[in-house]
Design a protein around this ligand. Structure first.
Ligand code: GAL
Length: 681
């Protein structure tokens, strides 16, 4: 595990020092206020290229030298960015080939992340500036971490350079046009290619092509990143490297990316207070934190969040009192070793001038936001030792980007509301509500054998080797839960002949005969046919509703646990289980709403003896998460309801992690309140 500073939680913000060079008083005040806010790591230089290289080959580092020195003087670490996310205007105009090309042509110089990731010229310009930064600051005492570029995403550049690189990528993947024609099933609509040059990227009718275009785009950005970090590794091999990831809908396969960063960092901007039920937003945010922890199975950094509100969400509601502490500690509870903000000081101009900041335009600390940020800073300072602990999960949910891309493309009997990500969240929710730790993992290389329960919602595309990995997991005693829309296609999006669930048939002991899909007003439900754990046999089944999808399943070796209640498939299996080796493999043949999943996972959790952070049931909107060391558990109780709530502790006798006071019986959490407990292992 990388601990950037042992026993230290990072606290800081994106600091756009270069915007304020003409305001020395502002800069002086910044450092005083950073101390008051307990900041110990600031992200700098993210969009500074035009200030570092105002004209080609002419560099100005004096301001950055001064900034680095001031950070060091104040005991603050520098998370120093490479500036590639925003090219200077002179460069964009002198070298048009570095600018992104979209369907409507080459883009003018505007916005940011506006570069072609293939352009050798842009890569060379980036190499030059990164090399100077790395060689100049490698030995600087402030330098803590490299912040490579900013929020890479797959922008789908369609310039000639990218098209040529795509064709080369395809040649490497397939070796021959015959193999490509076979993999993409190009005889369909007479798409057979007879020359590589005929391949144009965007054609929604060719799913194999579209999937490879997405894969290529993701690989190309990763390749760009790998080129960026070369000089950093060469001149500053002792300094770890990160880049800020985002919520997973930016066209990157972060599973492929994560092995190449030393520490995962991500930018989280939940829409707090947007729903009547705050726990929906909380649960979704928790899922993303768990995903980011799981990328490397290590603590991560919440490198950007807003200290109050964003200004780009249409309705950007400021965090209500208490929410800033709660959302920051939520990240820590799920494995963050640091909390950062966008932005330290509100800029005077540009698109983000009304975005929340630690210091607003009024310029002083007499604000609720500043006080709440400072309080979080103080709290994190006290929680330093928590940085040495980890989250440990017995449950994992498979969430694969390539599966999501393939599913998005697929034209199925019900193409609207496939909602892969949302369904992963629906399966996650019952665990969050019970305070059971969950890892979010990939199907291809995660170590499955460490889990008791593995959930693979809608694993439509099975990548090579995955069926065997799932079999091994169950044979070894694991419990697997799969659903409708599983095992339909291979890695090229070619359908498995013989029907679904393709190579998982033996493991699941079923085959899918037909699939019904439902409009919103249409009704279907299921009835339990056997004792499913301690579910009452008939009664509770009355309420379990089916929506959207319903597979009609034939049993091979599996047993039906529930059947459909109506229509022409009344009596057909709706939930099945197959014993395979020493484990069990479930198939949820239809989309069930939350009551079923809550009961199902509740009972399965008991059966498997899954560890709950707190053994008592938690009130609605409260979760309990824990981080552990060899000797101790650190338990975070988080209340996402605006009203106070009481958590029963059973026979647990814990210590308040901050005051050391002994706590037993119950804990009362304020509205949006937190409590952190210690408990020996
Ligand atoms: C992030 C970005 C920051 C800033 C922020 C505003 O996505 O990295 O530079 O734009 O959003 O919320």
């Amino acid at each position: 595990m990388i601990t950037l500073k042992p026993n230290v939680m990072l606290h800081g913000a994106d600091y756009n020092y270069e915007q304020w060079l003409e305001y020395p008083d502002v800069l002086d005040r910044d450092f005083e206020l950073m101390k008051e806010a307990h900041c110990n790591a600031m992200s700098i230089g993210i969009f500074s290229w035009a200030m570092l290289e105002p004209a080609e080959g002419e560099y100005e580092f004096a301001w950055l030298d001064r900034l680095m020195d001031r950070l060091a003087e104040n005991g603050i670490g520098a998370i120093l960015a490479t500036p590639s996310a925003a090219m200077p205007a002179w460069m964009a105009h002198k070298y048009p080939e570095i600018r992104l090309v979209r369907e409507n042509g080459r883009q003018p110089h505007r916005m940011r992340q506006n570069f072609c990731p293939t352009s050798p010229l842009y890569r060379e310009k980036v190499r030059q500036i990164d090399t100077i930064l790395a060689s100049r600051y490698a030995g600087h005492p402030a330098l803590l971490l490299w912040h490579v570029s900013n929020e890479y995403g797959n922008n789908g550049c369609r310039c000639e350079l990218c098209l040529a690189a795509f064709r080369k990528w395809l040649q490497a993947r397939y070796g021959s046009l015959d193999a490509l024609n076979e993999a993409w099933w190009t005889t369909f609509w007479s798409h057979r290619y007879t020359d590589w040059s005929q391949i144009e990227p965007v054609d929604p009718s060719m799913h194999g092509l579209m999937l490879d275009w997405k894969r290529f785009g993701s690989d190309q950005v990763l390749d760009f990143y790998l080129a960026e970090i070369k000089p950093l590794r060469e001149f500053a091999p002792h300094i770890p490297v990160t880049t800020n990831f985002m919520q997973p809908d930016v066209g990157l396969d972060y599973w492929a990316f994560a092995p190449h960063v030393d520490v995962v960092a991500w930018d989280s901007y939940p829409r707090w207070h947007s729903e009547s039920d705050e726990s929906l937003v909380a649960m979704k945010t928790a899922f993303y934190h768990d995903l980011h922890r799981s990328y490397k199975q290590q603590p991560f950094i919440l490198i950007e969040s807003t200290p109050s509100a964003t200004n780009w969400q249409g309705i950007s509601r400021p965090k209500r009192p208490g929410m800033h502490q709660l959302s920051s500690l939520q990240a820590v509870a799920h494995g963050a070793n640091g909390v950062g903000y966008f932005q330290w000081r509100q800029s005077r101009g540009g698109e983000e001038k009304f975005h929340g900041a630690v210091i607003g335009h009024a310029g002083d600390e007499n604000t609720r936001t500043f006080r709440e940020v400072a309080a979080v800073g103080e709290l994190l300072a006290q929680l330093g030792p928590v940085a040495e602990s980890v989250n440990h999960a017995e449950v994992a949910i498979i969430y694969d980007f390539q599966n999501e891309w393939a599913l998005d493309l697929a034209q199925l009997p019900r193409s609207i509301e496939k909602n892969y990500q949302e369904r992963c969240l629906t399966h996650y929710r019952p665990f969050w509500q019970r305070g059971i730790t969950v890892d979010i993992i990939n199907s291809t290389f995660a170590d499955l054998l460490q889990y008791k329960l593995l959930i693979a919602p809608m694993l439509y595309m099975l990548l090579p080797g995955v069926a065997g990995r799932l079999e091994e997991f169950v044979r070894d005693g694991g419990t697997l839960v799969t659903t409708y829309l599983t095992g339909l296609v291979n890695e090229s999006d070619l359908v498995f002949l013989g029907g679904s669930p393709g190579p998982l048939k033996e493991l699941l002991g079923i085959s899918v005969a037909e699939t019904d899909v439902l409009y919103e007003h249409q009704q279907q439900s299921i009835q339990l046919t056997r004792q499913l754990f301690s579910f009452p046999k008939n009664d509770s089944a009355a309420g379990y509703r089916v929506t959207h999808y319903a597979d009609l399943v034939r049993l091979q070796t599996a047993k039906a646990l529930a059947v459909y209640k109506r229509d022409y498939y009344e009596g057909w299996p709706a939930v099945t289980v197959n014993q395979f080796g020493s484990g069990s493999a479930y198939y949820l043949a239809a989309r069930y709403d939350e009551p079923f999943l809550a009961d199902f996972y509740g009972e399965l959790g008991k059966e498997l003896g899954l560890e709950q952070t707190i053994s008592n049931p938690l009130p609605k909107g409260v979760t309990a998460q824990k981080r552990v060391t060899d000797s101790e558990e650190c338990i975070f109780l988080l209340n996402f309801e605006p009203l106070p709530q009481t958590v029963g502790l059973g026979d647990m006798l814990a210590l308040d992690a901050l005051s050391g006071e002994e706590i037993s019986v119950e804990v009362v959490l304020a509205g949006y309140g937190i409590r952190i407990l210690r408990w020996p292992r």
